[in-house]
Ligand binder design. Structure first.
Ligand code: F6P
Length: 433
């Protein structure tokens, strides 16, 4: 039985959806139990009755009248109509959609029109997220506009209404159809005021920002200054956002880097050479650490670690004594040892008989068709962002932890740093011998 559970966030109200119903609703009741066991205990305690409805010939007001089952001390029993504090409705999917729309108005969110933009460095998977936002808005009956070139488009009033068809055939495309920018004007109060005027002029009452920590800093400020509901979706290849295991574009960039290392490995082995390869990661070593392990790097240099030139030289000397025929040192651009060309020069001085080359991978890491993982991540987070706004939430980022969509305050997403996995550094040391 196809089954969806949705908490509509109406006080003390839970809506559970089922695709089909048995005559007495028994199958659905089974699903309700399953659902209730999955939600937290305090919520469970607040539920006094359950109602099953196919709703075919009912109006919404009928739903508050006939409780079916109640849950108390771990037991279910039939309950007569009475003092009902909370209800669980078992409804068809279609009815849930009607209720969600109804609820969003009833809850005081009064959401009619959401704006979506991409900001900062583009990342594969942003299009999948835009597509999901637009289709979730269509699904819930809300207007949606795409804002061009990030915050710059807000300031310039460069935005257009979108529908399910305007995002056709983009899930497989890298970059962002909305285009992106790092907008200096938005850092000024005057710029943000202009952006706010344009939002009002276009009747947009909430924003979804797809970007990295710089974009979220602007979003947080804007939301507080003008009381505009804002939800962020983490999009950056660097994976350096607190509150999510993965950011959009990270998985694709990883695969791009590993593919590049594999190619460089072919020529490095043919010539018995040492390559310094620089990958992106301004402040974080997630790309370097993971791609370095996958690409068989002899040494990996990341900002979160403090390896010295001597450490690098010692490792390379050991490697030569262990008869390795090629060596790759993968350097995250933000590593403390600094400029990769300079590092190669310094190494050459200490290891004069090594034939050294440098390869900076650059912006190829930001492009390309998103991987399956990035497409699915974009789709999940896009839908979640719209649902969070519908539930009246703001000032948050949606993310993925342990394969579950979660939320984090924008404040924490901006101010806290995601830790690098030290165990991966340990593994990298061992497997590079
Ligand atoms: O988006 C993150 C990132 O790709 C960093 O890894 C890199 O340092 C930076 O963006 C490059 O930015 P730009 O494309 O603006 O030069």
């Amino acid at each position: 039985m196809g089954y969806t559970a949705l908490c509509a966030n109406h006080p003390c109200t839970f809506i559970v959806g089922a695709n089909s119903f048995s005559k007495q609703g028994q199958m659905s009741i089974y699903c309700v139990r399953y659902f209730l066991h999955a939600i937290s205990k305090p919520l469970l305690a607040s539920i006094t009755s359950i109602k099953s409805e196919s709703c075919k010939h009912k109006t919404f007001s009928d739903l508050s009248t006939r409780p079916l089952l109640s849950y108390n001390d771990g037991k279910w029993k039939k309950t007569p109509p009475g003092d009902v504090k909370a209800m669980v409705w078992v409804l068809t999917r279609r009815k849930i959609l009607d209720l969600i729309t109804w609820n969003s108005k009833k809850m005081g969110t009064n959401l009619n029109h959401i704006g979506v933009l991409t900001s900062g460095g583009d990342a594969p998977g942003m299009n999948a997220a835009i597509r999901a936002v637009v289709r979730a808005c269509t699904h819930y009956g809300i207007k949606v506009s795409g804002i061009q070139e990030g915050y710059q488009g807000l300031i310039d009033g460069n935005m257009d209404e979108m529908d399910a068809r305007s995002v056709a055939h983009i899930i497989n495309r890298g970059g962002t159809i909305l285009q992106s920018a790092r907008c200096l004007q938005f850092r000024e109060k005057k710029g943000r005021e202009k952006a706010h005027d344009n939002l009002k002029a276009n009747d947009i009452d909430a924003l979804i920002i797809i970007g990295g920590d710089g974009s979220f800093t602007g979003a947080n400020l804007f939301s507080q200054e003008f009381d505009i509901p804002v939800v962020g979706i983490p999009g950056t290849i660097d994976n350096d956002i607190y509150g999510t295991d993965f950011t959009l574009g990270y998985d694709t960039a990883l695969n791009t880097v590993v593919e590049a290392i594999d190619k460089i490995r072919d020529t490095a082995t043919s010539h018995n050479r040492l390559f310094f390869i620089e990958c992106m990661g301004r402040d974080a070593g997630f790309i370097a650490l993971n791609a370095g392990i996958a690409g068989g790097a002899t040494e990996i240099l990341i900002p979160e670690d403090n390896k010295t030139l001597d450490d690098v030289v010692n490792k390379l000397e050991y490697s030569r004594s262990a008869k390795k025929t090629s060596n790759i040192v993968l350097v995250a651009e933000g590593d403390q040892l600094g400029d990769t060309f300079k590092l190669a020069e310094e190494t050459q001085k200490k290891l004069p008989d090594h034939d050294i080359r440098v390869s900076v991978l650059g912006h190829i890491q930001r492009g390309g068709n998103p991987t399956c993982a990035d497409r699915v991540l974009g789709s999940r987070l896009g839908v979640a962002a719209v649902e969070q706004l519908l539930h009246g939430h703001s000032g948050i980022m949606v993310g993925l932890r342990n394969d579950t969509v979660t939320t984090e305050t924008l404040h924490d997403a901006i101010t806290k740093k995601p830790g690098i996995n030290r165990n991966l550094m340990h593994v990298a040391d061992i497997v590079s011998l």
